[in-house]
Design a binder for this molecule. Structure first.
Ligand code: PEP
Ligand code: MG
Length: 906
């Protein structure tokens, strides 16, 4: 604990905090202090540290209040001094906001309380002081509502219910015959306060607290508590944010965007968070408070005129209507707009990154409430990094480090097939909140989205608006469609963060949660019907529209070229068809690190010959069947070697147990029996003889080649004769032959001898010599432990981290799902070790095997070809332990390339 200081003030231009204190003050607190230091107007306030949050959970509420009380009182007086108003004073009251703020941005996951400090007497003082009773009572009813929700737990009872306070508001509005909250008059607002308090008393049995200090402590503790709410925990899990980080609490003087038509509130971005274009943009609402914009209750207006024109065009709104009903801030408040524009530029230049800012205009005066590096889509991430690099704002290394490898995935995501799209019916338009294309079946509730997704269905989540409770459902859905809310609504911000397609604010859709239907332009769709969304244009299509892969040029290509400049690790791909090899090559893979041969045996004629081989009782019988397979195998290898011409192609000999190639159901066995002209009983006898208790530890890998060397002979001939043919045709094939599942050096030596002898014989027959290497998978712990022996003859190692993880942990890779969720929940495991390499355990084995292998053969190339080869953390580990290459599925090649470059820079 830093001198036991728990509270840091700001607001006099001499903030106690600064941007580099985000671990202690949270992102929001640190940036408020920093803005204050560089002359951006922020309402005065103070930040209670994240360490205090941990203390709160460790020592409890009462201890915390007694520990904090002097510091909080000092800080409240600090605000009072700067604002010339007093907290709880009935004639000249100070009101405050209480907000969360963790080290990493967690938009909307935790709680906020605004307008704190009001009670029945203070509200009268506020009305007199501002000369605006409507404003005073509107603030009061908002405060009671928020405090009730957040601190007193006034939540809706079932998911179909609307929140209790919303129900009361709707009732009063209906009585008055008005549509919007801001059409309610003072008396109606007063009666809302009374009704809200009655509801609180009715539901909680307690009176609403009138003492402002009691209110403040309630709010501070509620914000700390919200660190542990379900949605925050889920978000942390998804984003890998440790619970120990805690949240800070920011208490600030209230500034009011709801003081009339010279007041407003808004959210803006220094660049476009969806596309990355360098255009200032954002949304604001006149006479409103911040939560109105974020909650998407009223449709916000655009900040810039250009943005407003685009918006009107997308919504099909005429220029006359736009200019009179939805003017931009640039048109409606030109002076404030100019100041906002100037300050957003100052903030972006200061932080050297795209900023996401919240502001309030109180009676013609602009205040900034928050700035942070804006969340962005993968496309925007790459464009912004490359634009800032070109403009000389950041250097190459920073540009590379700015890009999150896993987000490149979004750029590789499909778009609609143009033909399918031209034939599809556009039902309506919403806002293009998060790009990409998505199709799926309609669901209306988050828990259904999760359930349907778990059942293997692709779903589109359709909501009036989303709230943070919907997070898990949004994550499970292919895309999200909302009826309300702008580009900065929760749905939009969260979807962009997830890289998920989202269309928000599609005003023409009418959702009926009770009947689980949505009506769009006269078409009624029900739960389970298909819908397609284009998150890049905001279009909503009826039915399932076919998608196609994205094109990767421009900034993406430049970024990938930049990776090459810094990276030390080579990136290869796991591919077993010429098509996959070609895709991977276009993404920059420089070779195949794993060509699994087993997938090649499943097509018609091939599977027949394969089964014939499996059924044969003698070597001669097997050889006869293998001779049929040889030309097919040769053809497969020919295509792959050709599409990777000039690059190494590492072909693995047959690996899976043979029973995987024979049918296990009676119908399949009958077909097989008919095809082969033998009885079903005969087939069943053989299938039974192949059955094993632990097939993954059974007759597979090099154990097949060692018991049936003729399989190795056939595969070696196929690989090398394909290469010879290509060489004769003028190509430059570079085959490598890899022996799987070695545990003992003799297993490798036996297979190597078969491979070398077969090669010599083939070269003599063909009259051609060809260079090729023979290497091995290291995927059994014993192989890692005896790597020095294995490297005597093996010319390279490829770590099969799928099996190595399986055998090091003793977890079946096919059955881990039965206990993994519990292990993750109980924190026995922090991640799925089959997705992210376990550096402490499995990683040690790899590190040791590399050292031991290179002690025998100093120039031993070592790579990894398990799933971990495309995981950013694992790739970085591979760099640090000196692997030569990583190999991953084609679509993860760019991710691995960026991770490798980052590892070299870091
Ligand atoms: C591995 O075990 O990591 C590997 C690449 O082989 P497979 O997944 O085919 O067993
Ligand atoms: Mg394996």
């Amino acid at each position: 604990m830093r001198d036991n200081k728990r509270v840091y003030t700001f607001g006099n231009g001499l903030a106690e905090g600064a941007a580099d204190m985000r671990n202690l003050l949270g992102g929001k607190g640190a940036n408020l202090a920093e803005m204050n230091r560089i002359g951006v107007p922020v309402p005065p306030g103070f930040t209670i540290t994240t360490e205090t949050c941990n203390e709160y959970f460790a020592r409890g509420k009462d201890t915390l209040i007694s520990l904090l009380s002097d510091e909080v009182m000092r800080a409240v007086h600090h605000i009072e001094g700067l604002m010339g108003a007093t907290f709880g004073d009935p004639t000249n009251p100070l009101l405050v906001s209480v907000r969360s703020g963790a080290r990493a941005s967690m938009p909307g996951m935790m709680d906020t309380i605004l307008n704190l400090g009001l009670n029945d007497t203070v509200v009268e003082g506020l009305a007199k002081k501002t000369g605006n009773p409507r404003f005073a009572y509107d603030s009061y009813r908002r405060f009671v509502q928020m405090y009730g929700d957040v601190v007193l737990g006034m939540k809706p009872e079932t998911k179909e219910d609307i929140a209790p306070f919303e129900e009361i508001i709707d009732h009063v509005k209906a009585q008055r015959g008005v549509r919007l909250d801001n059409e309610l008059n003072v008396d109606e607002l007063k009666s809302l306060v009374v009704l809200f308090k009655q509801e609180i008393k009715h539901r909680t049995g307690k009176d609403f607290p009138t003492d402002p200090m009691e209110q403040l402590w309630g709010a501070i503790c509620a914000v700390f508590d919200s660190w542990m709410n379900e949605r925050a925990i889920l978000y942390r899990k998804m984003e890998g944010i440790p619970a120990e980080w805690g949240t800070a609490v920011n208490v600030q003087a209230m500034v009011f965007g709801n003081m009339g038509d010279t007041s407003a509130t808004g959210v803006c971005f220094s660049r476009n968070a969806g596309t990355g274009e360098n255009v200032f943009n954002g949304e604001y609402l006149v006479n409103a408070q911040g939560e109105d914009v974020v909650a998407g209750i009223r449709t916000p207006q655009q900040i810039t005129k250009a943005g407003s024109l685009d918006w009107a065009h997308q919504q099909g709104i005429s220029e006359e209507v736009r200019a009179s009903l939805y003017p931009s801030m640039e048109e409606a408040m030109p002076e404030i707009y100019a100041e906002l524009d100037m300050l957003q530029q100052r903030l972006e230049a200061h932080y050297k990154d795209m900023q996401d800012m919240e502001f309030t205009v109180q009676d013609g005066k602009l205040w900034f409430l928050q700035t942070r590096n804006g969340k962005r889509t993968g496309t925007a991430m790459v464009k912004i990094a490359m634009d800032l690099l070109r403009d000389g704002v950041i250097d190459e290394k920073t540009a590379l480090l700015r890009c999150e490898p896993h987000k490149l995935d979004e750029l590789l995501h499909p778009v609609f097939d143009p033909v399918a799209k031209s034939q599809a019916k556009v039902l309506t338009h919403g806002l293009p909140a998060s790009p990409g294309a998505a199709s799926g079946q309609i669901v209306f509730f988050a828990d259904d989205a999760t359930r349907w997704h778990d059942d293997g269905r692709r779903v589109i989540m359709v909501r009036i608006e989303t709230s943070p409770e919907d997070l898990a459902g949004m994550s499970a859905a292919e895309g999200i469609l909302t009826a309300r809310g702008g580009m900065t609504s929760h749905a939009a911000v969260v979807a962009r963060g997830m890289g998920k397609c989202c269309v928000s604010g599609a005003g023409a859709i009418n959702i009926d949660y009770k009947h689980r239907t949505v009506e769009i332009d006269g078409v009624v769709l029900k739960e389970g019907d298909y819908l397609s969304l284009n998150g890049s244009t905001g279009e909503v299509y009826q039915g399932l529209v076919k998608t196609q892969p994205a094109e990767l040029t421009g900034d993406f290509a430049e970024l990938m070229t930049l990776c090459e400049k810094y990276t030390k690790l080579v990136v290869r791909t796991n591919a077993d068809t010429p098509h996959d090899a070609a895709i991977a090559r276009s993404f920059g893979a420089v070779g195949i690190g794993l060509c699994r041969t087993e997938h090649m045996f499943f097509e018609n004629e091939k599977i027949k010959a394969m089964r014939e081989m499996i059924l044969a009782d003698t070597k001669e019988g097997r050889e006869k069947a293998l001779a049929k397979l040889l030309p097919y195998q040769k053809q497969d290898f020919y295509g792959i070697l050709k599409s990777m011409d000039g690059c190494p192609v590492n072909v693995r000999l047959l690996d899976p147990p043979l029973h995987e190639f024979v049918p296990h159901d009676l119908a399949g066995q009958q077909i097989m029996a008919d095809e082969m002209g033998i009885s079903v009983q005969e087939i069943q006898r053989r299938v039974n003889s192949l059955s094993e208790h632990n097939p993954m530890l059974g007759h597979r890998g090099c154990r097949l080649g060692n018991t049936y060397p003729e399989i190795t002979v056939m595969q070696t001939r196929a690989i090398l004769s394909a290469a010879i043919q290509l060489k004769k045709e003028g190509y430059d094939p570079q085959p490598e032959i890899m022996v799987p599942l070695i545990g003992i050096v003799n297993e490798f030596d036996e297979q190597e001898k078969v491979i070398r002898d077969t090669a010599l014989q083939l070269f003599a027959e063909e009259g051609v010599e060809l260079h090729f290497r023979v290497g091995t998978m290291i995927e059994i712990p014993r192989a890692a432990l005896t790597a020095d022996q294995i490297a005597r003859h093996a010319e390279y190692f490829s770590f099969g981290t799928n099996d190595l993880t399986q055998m090091t942990f003793g977890y079946s890779r096919d059955d881990i799902a039965s206990f993994l969720p519990v292990y993750l929940d109980k924190k026995i495991l922090s991640v799925d070790p089959f997705q992210e390499l376990d550096q402490e355990g499995v990683g040690q084995l790899i590190r040791m095997a590399v050292e031991r292998g290179r002690s025998t053969r100093p120039d031993l190339p070592c790579g990894i070809c398990g799933e971990h080869g495309g995981d950013p953390h694992s790739v970085k580990f591979c760099h640090h332990i000196g692997l030569s290459y990583v190999s991953c599925s084609p679509f993860r090649v760019p991710i691995a390339r960026l991770s490798a470059a980052q590892a070299a820079i870091e």
